[in-house]
Every structure is written in structure tokens, then in C-alpha cells.
Design a protein around this ligand. Structure first.
Ligand code: SF4
Ligand code: SF4
Ligand code: SF4
Length: 352
């Protein structure tokens, strides 16, 4: 006869059932309420949590609790995060990339109002014969020294400080520090006749310092801009931001080597950003982080097809000797034109 451990299984089962019925209904009387809660709050049997004397309760209670209070609330928070943070961020970046894909860094050279204003100030300087002060006339050192500033401003004022302020580490007045020093804020509001943005806020030291920096920058941009081309662009964090993505746009500057390159250097002279690489290098190295895609180098290069402004495979503009000859008749590469001369009335009639 085959021997088994439990000859009468049904009896054993019934015994266990009775014991467990007692444990699940009155269990805490034996082990204590505290222990019961600790060791058996996820039983795979319907042991009811509403029974205050039970030895433990079933897994369905914590499951509902977790779904209700933890996962449900976390999903609401995630949804809020999606709507308040991820979607706006995504929309901003998608919009940026859609625009940037079409025009790339030409937003600097062709669209930015502050770029246009600086160019206008520079034109006034040239008109009145104010000598041009160039950065990096002979080598790349001066331009290279200035270049990291825009990256520092981007990292510190656009990314780091606003984040630290949001986390409560830095004071509220450092929440949008770049806008607080941006000369475009002052310049464009001034153009609408509003002088409010010139006023210094004295609510705290940081606000005052940022406002003073902004006023200094706009002053420097206007006075310095008479002698230095595009003075603010050289430290502009948006130029740094744009240059991060400059390879993503099909609009770009291409440069091949001509035997005169490195000697004539007219393109660098014409460049409002004093970029020396455009005359010294070719290919990718010629299209630097400071380029605003204004196209002046292509206009002033006297060699056919050496510098091109291209959108993908399409050449939008190419350097041409004939174009160069016509161009220099009106304006020299450095932007100088015949200075305005104030003549007295008598002199004018003598001249006639
Ligand atoms: S570098 Fe800055 S200020 Fe200059 S044109 Fe570009 S965005 Fe405008
Ligand atoms: S102007 Fe033309 S030829 Fe002269 S250095 Fe520049 S790219 Fe070369
Ligand atoms: S390299 Fe050419 S396109 Fe770029 S900023 Fe200078 S002149 Fe303009």
C-alpha cells in the first residue's frame, strides 16, 4: 500500500482552514496588533483589514491604496509635469528648430533687431569717419579671448541661475538674469517710446546690479558700436545657443581654398565679427561659431565661387569678381564710405 504523509488530506485541510480562520479573524490577539500589521499586510487570501483583530490583511488593500494614493497621484503629478513643463519645453524647442532649420544662424545676420541696431550704429560711425577698431587684425588671439564670454553667459545666466532660483538656492531676483541684463530689452522698448526699462530697480542688490549692467551694455553698444562692429554680438549668449545647432540647418557658408587666401584677407576685413578663419581656412573650419551668416564675406571676396551662401545643395549667393568691383565702389570692405563733410555756406558756393 502506498504511504503518504497525510492520509486524510481533507481533514488536514479543514484543520488548517480552521487555524487560519482564527488567525485571520482573531490573529492579533496572539501576535499583537503591531506585529500582525507588520508581517502580513499582503496575504493572498481575503483577510479583511476592517477586522481590527485580524492577524493580517489581504494584498488587495495595499494594491488599491498604492494605486489610489501613490500611482494615481503620481500620474496626476506626471500629467501636470507634462502639461506645465515637458509640453511647453517641447513646443519651444520644436518651434525653435522649425525656424532654425530654414534660416539657421541667418537669424543673427538678417533678423535680430539688436544686430540691426548695432549695424546701424556702426554705419553712422563709418559715415562720420570714426576710425574702425578691429579685433583680431593680425591673428586670432583677440577674437579667441572674447569667444568664451558668450558661452559663460549662456551657461551661467540662461541655464544655471534660473534653475538654481527655481530650486530655491539663489534669490528670486536671479530668476531671469539674462533678460535683466539684455540690451535688446532696453533698446527695443526705447524704440517704442517707453523708457521704463532704463530705470534701475533698487528693491535688492542683485536687481540693481543686473539693471546697471544692462544700462552699461546698452551705453557701450551705442558708443562702442561707433568704432567696434557688432560689439554685443561677440558676447551674445543667443549666438552661442545658435551655434550649438548650426550644423542642423541646411543654410550655411561654404568656403573653398583660393591661392590668394591668407594674403588678401578681404573677406575677414569685411566680416562684421572680425572672423579671421574665413580667410585662413576652408571647409568646416571657415564657418565658425561667431558667424552670423550675414554674407558680407561672400560679397567682398573678389574670387569667383570661393565663398558661397548655400541652402542644402542650392547656392543662394556666390562670390564674384564683378559683384565685388561694383560693391567696393559704394562701400569699402570695412564698411567705410565717403565721410559726411559739413561745409560752410560760403565754401559751398566757392566750390560751385
Ligand atoms: S549675436 Fe545676439 S545680438 Fe547679435 S544678431 Fe545674434 S542674437 Fe542678435
Ligand atoms: S577674400 Fe576670397 S580670396 Fe581673399 S582671403 Fe577671402 S576667400 Fe580668400
Ligand atoms: S564669416 Fe562671413 S557670413 Fe559669417 S559673419 Fe563673417 S562676413 Fe558674415
Amino acid at each position: 500500500m502506498l504511504k503518504t504523509l497525510f492520509p486524510t488530506l481533507s481533514r488536514l485541510r479543514f484543520t488548517v482552514q480552521l487555524v487560519m480562520l482564527f488567525v485571520t479573524v482573531y490573529g492579533s490577539v496572539i501576535v499583537g496588533t503591531y506585529m500582525a500589521g507588520k508581517i502580513s499586510n499582503a496575504l493572498p487570501a481575503l483577510s479583511c483589514a476592517y477586522d481590527q483583530m485580524n492577524g493580517g490583511y489581504c494584498v488587495l488593500i495595499p494594491t488599491q491604496h498604492i494605486l489610489h494614493h501613490r500611482i494615481g497621484e503620481a500620474m496626476v503629478r506626471a500629467q501636470q509635469l507634462t502639461f506645465t513643463m515637458i509640453l511647453p519645453l517641447l513646443m519651444s524647442f520644436l518651434t525653435f528648430f522649425a525656424f532654425f532649420f530654414v534660416l539657421g544662424k541667418a537669424f543673427c545676420g538678417w533678423v535680430c533687431p539688436l544686430g540691426t541696431l548695432q549695424e546701424t550704429v556702426g554705419m553712422i560711425g563709418r559715415r562720420f569717419g570714426i576710425g574702425l577698431r578691429r579685433l583680431g587684425d593680425d591673428d586670432l588671439v583677440a577674437a579667441r579671448r572674447v569667444r568664451p564670454v558668450k558661452w559663460l553667459l549662456l551657461l551661467g545666466l540662461v541655464f544655471l541661475l534660473p534653475l538654481l532660483t527655481g530650486l530655491g538656492v539663489t534669490p528670486h531676483s536671479l530668476g531671469n538674469p539674462y533678460c535683466d541684463i539684455c540690451p535688446s530689452r532696453v533698446a527695443t522698448t526705447l524704440l517704442t517710446g517707453n523708457t521704463d526699462q532704463l530705470a534701475l530697480r533698487v528693491s535688492d542688490g542683485w536687481s540693481f546690479a543686473l539693471g546697471a549692467t544692462s544700462d552699461f551694455l546698452i551705453g557701450f553698444m551705442i558708443v562702442g558700436g561707433l568704432a567696434i562692429r557688432q560689439p554685443f554680438c561677440r558676447i551674445c549668449p543667443l549666438l552661442a545657443f545658435n551655434s550649438l545647432f548650426q550644423r542642423l540647418s541646411p543654410l550655411r557658408l561654404t568656403k573653398t581654398r583660393h591661392e590668394n587666401c591668407g594674403q588678401c584677407r578681404i573677406c575677414s576685413e569685411a566680416c562684421p565679427m572680425d572672423i579671421q578663419e574665413i580667410s585662413l581656412h576652408e571647409g568646416r573650419k571657415a564657418y565658425t561659431e561667431d558667424c552670423t551668416l550675414c554674407g558680407r564675406c561672400a560679397e567682398y571676396c573678389p574670387q569667383d565661387g570661393t565663398i558661397r551662401l548655400k541652402w542644402g545643395p542650392v547656392t543662394l549667393f556666390s562670390s564674384r569678381r564683378e559683384y565685388y568691383k561694383n560693391k567696393v565702389r559704394g562701400e569699402l570692405p570695412d564698411g567705410s564710405v565717403k565721410p559726411v563733410r559739413f561745409v560752410k555756406r560760403g565754401e559751398a558756393s566757392d566750390a560751385r
